[in-house]
Design a protein. Structure first.
Length: 349
């Protein structure tokens, strides 16, 4: 290497060190924070400058870069590290707030706010994503809200609240959402407006606790709460469920589960081999339409059965305890009729 090249390289390295050790300057919008255009790290705290600086530019690490791993999320103060630009490391990259792109070979973690993109091989973590993208081979997690964004993973996506798209081969989960879930299994706890596409569309088992009166006598507990669990499906679905099994508590739209559609209260269309609902307003079309407590609309299938039916039953065998409407099929049963079994056409008004 020539003398000129060595001098040039030395000057560049000196300038880089000077920039990375930039003096403290308070600027908006991060008042009372130091800032630097470049941050270099091997493994925090072996990092220049430390994690009390806001990085405007590049935050790069050989193994890990950003906030020290021993700092708890809820202990991050106003002087904790923010990155506006690019942050990346071979193992793990970590910041309080990120506005830009975060990349790592294993885990990308932004504890509070991500506006931009996270990419890693194993997993991405963020408290909230007002607008952004998470892309990983295995898993993406958002503790609170995805305001408007996209999660892509080969195994699992999870968010408390979703407005956007979740796409994974195996599992999507959100507490409430609006948008699209696409995977082998989709789950939503509370409300979901949009489309669920997968082999299984439902709500995960919810574990709660029933508290009874806590009685005591002579300092001894006589009764207390007991643990319970329920599996209710999506609390309130407005849109489309399409797959092998579709399950919702209340749905307004369409359930197209080829094997089984189930709802407590439904308004719209159920289409599949087996359709079940407590209360249904609309159409049930399948091989078995099984015993809704109250059905208003149309049942089309080989076997149609309802407790209280208002409308039309069309199938090989039709049965209703109470009926306001018409049955068309080979065998028709209306229990409140004098003639219990009538072939071809039966009616009660």
């Amino acid at each position: 290497m020539s003398t000129f090249a060595r001098l040039t390289l030395g000057a560049a390295l000196a300038a880089l060190c000077a920039l990375s050790c930039a003096p403290a300057r308070a600027i908006e919008p991060f008042n009372e924070q130091f800032w630097t255009p470049v941050q270099i790290s091997i493994w925090p705290p072996v990092q220049i400058p430390n994690d009390s600086c806001t990085v405007y530019g590049l935050s790069l690490g050989l193994l890990r870069v950003g906030i020290h791993e021993k700092v708890a999320h809820d202990a991050l103060g106003e002087d904790a590290e923010d990155v506006i630009g690019f942050q990346g490391a071979l193992y793990d990259s970590y910041s309080r707030n990120l506005y830009g792109v975060q990349f790592s070979g294993c885990f990308s973690s932004c504890s509070k706010t991500l506006i931009g993109a996270q990419a890693s091989l194993i997993g991405n973590f963020a408290d909230s994503i007002p607008c952004g993208v998470q892309c990983a081979v295995l898993a993406n997690y958002v503790k609170r809200d995805i305001g408007c964004g996209l999660q892509l993973a080969g195994f699992c996506n999870e968010a408390a609240s979703l407005t956007g798209v979740q796409a994974a081969i195996a599992w999507n989960q959100c507490e409430s959402g609006a948008g699209l879930q696409f995977s082998l299994a989709n789950a939503a706890y509370k409300e979901y407006s949009g489309i669920q596409l997968g082999l299984f569309n439902w709500g995960e088992a919810k574990h709660g606790r029933i508290e009874r009166n806590r009685e005591t006598k002579d300092g001894h507990v006589l009764s207390q709460g007991r643990a319970t669990s329920s599996h209710d499906g999506v609390g309130d679905l407005r849109g489309l469920q399409c797959g092998l099994v579709s399950k919702a508590v209340d749905f307004y739209g369409a359930q197209c589960g080829l094997a089984w559609n189930d709802a407590r209260d439904g308004a719209g269309l159920q289409f599949g081999f087996l359709n079940t609902a407590d209360t249904m307003v609309g159409v049930q079309a399948g091989i078995l339409n099984w015993r809704p407590q109250s059905m208003t609309g149309l049942q089309v299938g080989l076997f149609n059965r309802a407790t209280s039916m208002t409308g039309l039953q069309l199938g090989l065998f039709n049965q209703a305890s109470t009926m306001t409407g018409i049955q068309i099929g080979l065998l028709n049963v209306i229990k409140e009729n004098t003639a219990l079994l009538i072939p071809l056409v039966n009616a009660h008004f």
